[in-house]
Design a protein around this ligand. Structure first.
Ligand SMILES: Cc1cc2nc3c(=O)[nH]c(=O)nc-3n(C[C@H](O)[C@H](O)[C@H](O)COP(=O)(O)OP(=O)(O)OC[C@H]3O[C@@H](n4cnc5c(N)ncnc54)[C@H](O)[C@@H]3O)c2cc1C
Length: 372
């Protein structure tokens, strides 16, 4: 599919205009999920941007996919509710067998199967992924999984999940990054048959869960790639995730800047618009500069990823810079709305949640690879 960035932006803006702030406010109030919004994005094919055309997707690059995510958040939406559907399939695409790709990718492209979840983090290992304890033991034509995961997002809105588990004990591997494998878990069969899901009540409206594995059986054909190489596959996939989240943060940042700029021009106290005070104008300008600077790193990460070059450092730096810049823009927006930033009616606090979510996730980006 050939489409310019401007055409993409126009199409996503048009779609988002059908979902005004009242829609997202209601979802947030109900601690619900934006089903109608995600359905529409899926039906129009945007969630399948990174799936090659031969498997029913649009075959776009990460740069284009990142424009989609940026525009959703720039319009006041929440790409975090569904971004996993865009990048989790990358593990299958890069490391799956031809049979696995044929079996799953076309159905992921249509949205019939949602692969929105990736189960990596564990309560005792935290950021140190090589210390995970969830173990998948080969028994004939099955793997039997026991262990626990935490913070696993969008499980309740997925049919499939990517799971990282140890297949060789840590004490028996020559390198601690070896001996872990990736599985595709069919959640429809697994939940209630060895997998228990417990939602975690949290600070923002984000569906995330604890998972308990008690002799969950996974057919051997659901192993992705080579046994023992799962950690490397996960790291490969994280670069797309990091860059897309950076683009979401940049979208949030623009939303905050536009919102506060308009408010500062209109809000009069002491007989003039508050934006005429340098104490107000300069922090807004600074936040805008930082968003634009972070955006350059996002494009660099996209360019390298789309050229098939290593981009771990750039993807990490893009996410780190973009999360920081969007956080500052969020603070400015909240601060210069005065008391009104506190009122749900102005939507500032709702968008603030999006910034918070990305900033929290950035700690993973920093410590898992040691860069930047
Ligand atoms: C909203 C949300 C959604 C998430 N979704 C998913 C998901 O879908 N799938 C998934 O697998 N995981 C998910 N996570 C988990 C996330 O990746 C982890 O929270 C993250 O990896 C950090 O692990 P931890 O929470 O155990 O923190 P810890 O590892 O306990 O770290 C605590 C703090 O110490 C810091 N720290 C740790 N070690 C060092 C060090 N050596 N030097 C300096 N600082 C250090 C960390 O940066 C962090 O600030 C999600 C988390 C959140 C909050």
């Amino acid at each position: 599919m050939k489409i310019s960035h401007q055409e993409l932006r126009d199409a996503i803006r048009a779609l988002c205009s059908e979902f005004p702030p009242e829609y997202f406010r209601k979802v947030d109030e109900e601690r619900g999920y934006p089903d109608a919004f995600v359905d529409k994005l899926t039906r129009e094919g945007w969630m399948a941007a990174l799936i090659p055309e031969e498997f029913g997707g649009s075959g776009l690059g990460l740069a284009e996919a990142s424009v989609i995510m940026e525009e959703i958040n720039r319009a006041g939406g929440n790409a975090g509710a569904c971004h996993g559907q865009m990048y989790n399939m990358g593990t299958l695409l890069r490391h799956g067998s031809p049979e696995q790709k044929r079996a799953y990718l076309p159905r992921i492209a249509t949205g019939e199967l949602r692969l929105q979840s990736m189960g990596v983090t564990e309560p005792t290992a935290g950021t140190n992924t090589t210390r995970i304890k969830t173990f998948a033991e080969r028994k004939g034509d099955r793997y039997v999984v026991n262990g626990q995961k935490v913070w696993i997002s969008r499980v309740q809105h997925s049919e499939l999940m990517i799971l990282l588990a140890r297949t060789t004990p840590l004490g028996e591997v020559t390198k601690r990054s070896r001996g872990m494998s990736i599985f595709l878990v069919d959640l429809r069969e697994a939940i209630g048959n060895g997998l228990e899901v417990k939602p975690i009540s949290n600070m923002v409206n984000h569906e995330t869960n604890e998972l308990f594995f008690d002799n969950l059986e996974i057919p051997v054909e659901n192993l992705i790639g080579e046994e023992g190489m799962g950690f490397r596959y996960i790291l490969d996939g994280l670069n797309a995730e990091r860059t897309l989240i950076a683009a979401e943060c940049i979208g949030d940042g623009h939303w905050f800047i536009d919102k506060v700029t308009a408010y500062a021009a209109e809000r009069q106290v002491f007989g003039r618009p508050i934006g005429q005070n340098q104490g107000v104008a300069f922090p807004i300008a600074e936040a805008k500069i930082e968003i634009e600077a972070a955006d350059l790193m996002r494009w660099q990460a996209c360019q390298l990823f789309d050229a098939g070059e290593p981009c771990g450092t750039e993807a990490n730096m893009a996410k780190y810079l973009a999360a920081k810049a969007s956080w500052e823009a969020a603070n400015c927006c909240l601060q210069f709305h005065g008391g009104f930033g506190f009122a749900t009616e102005y939507d500032v606090e709702l968008q603030f949640h999006a910034g918070l979510r990305s900033t929290v996730q950035t700690s993973r980006s920093r410590s898992r690879t040691g860069s930047p």
